[in-house]
Design a protein around this ligand. Structure first.
Ligand SMILES: C[S@@+](CC[C@H](N)C(=O)[O-])C[C@H]1O[C@@H](n2cnc3c(N)ncnc32)[C@H](O)[C@@H]1O
Length: 326
């Protein structure tokens, strides 16, 4: 587990125990934080699902840490630019900056880049990763910057930050003009949402997204007054009333690992959100096995088109299966 490196560094005395509050940036659910006393910890997370999990476990969680900290620990995400952005933010918060990362997430390259600009006070390699720390360094020029990708704003680390995803483009091409109250679940930075608003018959569109950074971009990209933004877990979010349509390019991995389970949970959630004559429009990689879940959740399922790599599914007549009471 990631911060076993931190336990080792603290217990061997290689790293002195920070005296004061510690901010931990981006710990994925399940990260072992037991090396640090919980009362002095503030977790910084932009992810609604992770934040809810940490809060339920009794941790103090925020998007924007405030006040004085003795140390900031960054648990490296995968995307290089997102790593830099977190390091820049963490370095402004506390004198001691600790970075923990896995080899497969490029921790060696990050260490090299940091070494080139600041002295590294100590480091430790263990369990296919590295922990290292630096004192009083600034990485101000690594701060996250907005990007313009064909008229949309994105930020480092959001899904498909370089421009519209091929699957989303395939879905947008096939999607007919929609009407009524709609949700885009896993709305990202708003590519599909902006497309959906081309229809005047849309009354409201709920953009539901777990990544607060992506949702902030969506607020910039989608200025239509019919848009409603929800920083939430789409698999448990409930609309104010039954919807006429749900649209989604669902997530297909959790962390590094591909996981059709999350896409399946999106399908079940979409069915629960819809009224009896509602429609679900979804795009997925052709190889992802969603058919059983679609047939369980909807009475009518058809492939509406797609590309060599992606299938666009139109599902109707949600079955509204209620969980059995024990
Ligand atoms: C494949 S991307 C599609 C993004 C966007 N709709 C587009 O077309 O560019 C899936 C999105 O789902 C979000 N996501 C992942 N898990 C989620 C969850 N449990 N609840 C809400 N959004 C989630 C991800 O952050 C990501 O933005």
């Amino acid at each position: 587990m990631t911060t076993s490196r931190l336990s080792t560094a603290l217990s061997t005395g290689a790293l002195s125990r920070p005296e004061g509050r510690v901010a931990v940036f981006g710990p994925p659910p399940g990260t072992d934080l037991s090396a640090l006393p919980r009362e002095g910890l503030t977790l910084v997370s932009q992810d609604a699902v992770a934040s809810a999990g940490w809060q339920a476990a009794g941790y103090d969680v925020t998007r924007a840490p405030e006040g004085a900290f003795a140390a900031a620990l960054v648990v490296l995400p995968r995307a290089r630019e997102a790593q830099k952005a977190l390091i820049a933010q963490a370095a402004t918060l506390a004198p001691l900056l600790i970075v923990d990362g896995q080899k497969h997430d490029g921790v060696d390259a990050t260490l090299k880049a940091m070494k080139a600009r600041a002295p590294i006070a100590g480091s430790l390699s263990k369990a296919h990763g590295k922990l290292f720390w630096t004192d009083g360094a600034s990485f101000a020029d690594w701060v996250a910057r907005d990007r313009d990708v064909g008229g949309f704003v994105t930020r480092p680390g959001v899904f498909s930050a370089d421009g519209p995803d091929k699957g989303s483009l395939a879905l947008a091409e096939i999607l007919p003009p929609l009407r009524g109250c709609i949700a885009d679940i896993g709305a990202g930075w708003g590519f599909l949402a902006r497309h959906i608003f081309a229809s005047d018959a849309v009354e409201a569109l709920h953009l539901v997204e777990t990544d607060a950074v992506a949702l902030d971009c969506a607020r910039v990209n989608v200025t239509d007054p019919r848009a409603l933004f929800h920083w939430a877990d789409a698999t448990s979010w409930r609309p104010p009333g039954p919807l006429d349509a749900v649209v989604s390019n669902p997530p297909f991995h959790v962390g590094r690992a591909g996981d059709p389970g999350l896409g399946r949970a999106f399908i079940a959630a979409a069915a629960r959100m819809l009224g009896p004559s509602g429609s679900f429009w979804m795009v997925a990689n052709r190889h992802l096995p969603y058919e059983v879940e679609l047939d369980t959740a909807f009475a009518e399922v058809a492939e509406a088109g797609g590309t060599g790599g992606f299938k666009v599914i139109h599902a109707r007549k949600p079955r509204h299966i209620r969980p059995r009471r024990p």
